[in-house]
Write a protein that binds this ligand. Structure first.
Ligand code: OGA
Ligand code: NI
Length: 380
């Protein structure tokens, strides 16, 4: 590379730095609307954290284990539960097919979210909030109050429980958004409950779904029914220099299970598997489901909440809708007593949402550091 060329690159990066620092907080889409040719310095990861550092990373696409909900609910349940258990142990992720949610509901949810991101900035920005527990939050990056390097994502987060309390806070524009989210959140909640029953059964915490109400685990199920739900619409604008930044940094999800609808046309989600980053190949009409920190704790470490991240690309923007589920906000999350024994001692301390939110507000979220802070013994 000639010295003259290097100089030219540096100069054009400096021109971009005319962006005022508060503007990063207005979101990546807003920034891109000015026509960026370079990634501003605020988004440039240290060399070792960039997405294509190792030749092995992303070299292969991963076929995640596939779980068929129709089989899970039918005569093949026992066999399917074994596959579910293996997927949660070995990958922390699976793809769910035949999930039974009407494609119209999914389409309406995507369309409403897309229209929200297309609103004029002034309209979207009404919902910006620094309060991590606000029932509606439009924002950017991963944890914009703490991130030293920003990531290439804008989001809309909507709390969904209890619906009557939160609904009046949701955006009133686009007009169809509230109804689309109400329908979608109800459908994903019942899907989640079916999956939770299967997960409890696969862990041996509940004997059989039909008997669940008759044994002492019914309290668990009630707690799950009354649990928290957060819908997150993620928007990743196309990026002029995708090898310098990430749409989302490596992270684990905090809840019990996340039901993710990835963009069917644009890949980007990568999970860490056997020590390398692998790209998830979307399957049409399916969900990507993953184990969160709370399920890792509840299962006393048998199921793992696996690190994942999002790549961006120079050609197309990408959207995904995540539905994050856990216990009620004031519940304690702890290893199930049935999964603790002399041979398998308790591995995590009790934790609750308050401590989680407190942790998130006061630390830069890196990898699985929240879960590590709850760990009692080193896994050997
Ligand atoms: C998330 C997440 C992945 C994606 O929202 O927590 O990991 O593909 N999303 O957008
Ligand atoms: Ni995630």
């Amino acid at each position: 590379m000639s010295p003259a060329f290097v100089l030219e690159v540096q100069t054009s990066r400096e021109e971009e730095e005319l962006v005022e620092s508060h503007e990063y907080h207005d979101g990546v889409k807003h920034l891109c609307e000015r026509g960026l040719a370079k990634v501003p310095r605020k988004y440039i990861l240290p060399a070792l954290e960039r997405p294509f550092m190792s030749k092995k990373d992303g070299a292969t696409n991963l076929k995640l284990p596939v779980i068929d909900l129709a089989k899970l609910q039918g005569p093949d349940r026992v066999h399917t539960l074994k596959s579910l258990s293996k997927a949660c142990e070995e990958y922390g992720f699976f793809q769910l097919i035949n999930h039974g949610i009407a494609s119209e509901s999914v389409l309406n949810m995507f369309q409403a979210a897309r229209k929200f991101f297309e609103l004029p900035f002034e309209e979207r920005s009404k919902y910006m909030s620094k309060d991590q527990s606000a029932p509606v939050r439009y924002g950017t990056s991963f944890n914009q109050n703490k991130d030293s390097v920003f990531c290439w994502r804008d989001f809309l987060k909507l709390s969904c429980h209890p619906l009557s309390d939160v609904l009046p806070n949701w955006p009133s524009s686009p007009a169809e958004l509230r109804q689309a989210v109400v329908n979608y959140s109800k459908e994903t909640k019942s899907l989640y409950l079916m999956l939770v029953k299967a997960v409890l059964e696969s862990l041996g915490v509940v004997e059989k779904a039909e008997n669940a109400d008759e044994n002492d685990s019914c309290d668990h199920l009630k707690e799950f029914e009354d649990g928290s739900q957060l819908i997150v619409a993620n928007f990743y604008p196309s990026c002029p220099e995708p090898d310098l930044t990430l749409g989302m940094p490596p992270h684990s999800d905090y809840g019990f299970l996340t039901l993710l609808l990835p963009d069917e046309e644009v890949k980007g989600l990568q999970i860490q598997h056997e020590g390398r980053w692998v790209t998830v190949e979307p399957i049409p009409n399916s969900f990507v489901v993953n184990v969160g920190d709370h399920l890792e704790i509840f299962s006393n470490g048998r199921y793992s909440s696996v690190l994942h991240r999002v790549l961006v690309n120079p050609f197309k923007s990408r959207m995904s809708i995540a539905s994050l589920h856990s216990l009620p906000f004031n519940s304690m999350i702890r290893p199930s007593p049935k999964l603790i024994s002399d041979a398998n001692p308790r591995r995590y301390m009790d934790t609750d949402f308050a401590s989680f939110i407190g942790y998130m507000a006061s630390h830069e979220h890196k990898n699985k550091n929240f879960l590590e802070s709850r760990r009692l013994t080193q896994q050997g």
